[in-house]
Design a protein around this ligand. Sequence first.
Ligand SMILES: *Cc1c(COP(=O)(O)O)cnc(C)c1O
Length: 402
Amino acid sequence: MTQHQGRHFLQIPGPSPVPDRVLRAMDMPVIDHRSAQFAELSKAVFEGCRQIFKTTGQVLIFPSSGTGAWEAAIVNTLSPGDRVLMVETGHFATLWRQMAARWGIEVDFMPGDWRHGADPVAIEAALAQDSAHAIKAVMVVHNETSTGVTSRVGDIRAAMDKVGHPALLLVDTISSLGSIDYRHDEWKVDVTVSCSQKGFMLPPGLGFNAISEKARAAAKTNKMPRSYWDWEEMLKPNAAGFFPYTPATSLLYGLREAIAMLLEEGLDAVFARHKRLAAATRTAVAHWGLEVVCLEPAEYSPVLTAVMMPPGHDADQFRKTVLDNYNMSLGSGLSKLAGKVFRIGHLGECNELTLMGALSGVEMGLSTSGVPHRAGGVEAAMKYLEGRTEANAPTHLKVIGN
Ligand SMILES: *Cc1c(COP(=O)(O)O)cnc(C)c1O
């Protein structure tokens, strides 16, 4: 293995790089999780989380991966035999569906091509047919990390309201929260699922459920066995700033700092930065003559860009070349996209110059690997960023930005 100098470029769409400021905040002695000092820390993070999820309700924090938080959403709101509506946006939607099926949930899985987000019109039509209200929940992935396609959660909520369907709305924001505009209360989401290692810029290890009153009421009558994930067991001690078991204390120090960083920059500025970097990335990809997976400009992901490899070239071989030569990790194609797609993460602690470094590595990698492309994508992205702030987007490039 090559010995590399300098900082590794972790350009995968999660885990994302952890800012130095967050690393330093975690470099603390572990404290007694039953002390007043700990309660102060947890109350600060609960309050901060409300601002990030945009809710006045409860946010539960589990020591877990995002997958654990998916499970918590299911076992607290649904019962075996319940029907739910899900949309096949990509790999992560498919995994969440499999999990629901393992818990005995009957999933209506609307087929998708992995290149579009969940269609609010199709959801509306499916719900309109369900006059008996057999569907207990609509479950969608906000940012499908396997494809770089977002779903319009506000429009999905509007579609549900239009037909007056009482289903719960469960949303996976694992790779969108803190990077893409998201409004738990305004969009009347019942459970928002998230985790620490993507937009929150933390190491892996925290899972989140933001919950509505309606979801909490459902949890009081549903019939799914659970213990570790039980919301009420968690909420009782949370009220005083404590946990029912040992929490991930060090990660909570990091979370407090990461929330402070997001709020100091301002959430709107954070979201605009992600859109700007994503648009610059697509400018480079288009210049190279390569294709992004997402086919709907309104659904381009601000968090990552998934790029199709030209036929006859292996995306994993290309990623290995980039890693070996330039010390950069790119995201792989997942399940049916394996070998066909590579993903460029531009989330969290990413700015213009980090992105330019990353795009340079991609362009050099295309060259080194003999992948046919038009040179100069990096320069096109530079020009895009030079001319571009949200306020003065050059009009000829507006069609690319979203
Ligand atoms: C990363 C990711 C997951 C899985 O999270 P883990 O922490 O790996 O369990 C689920 N959904 C989406 C959209 C993701 O990006």
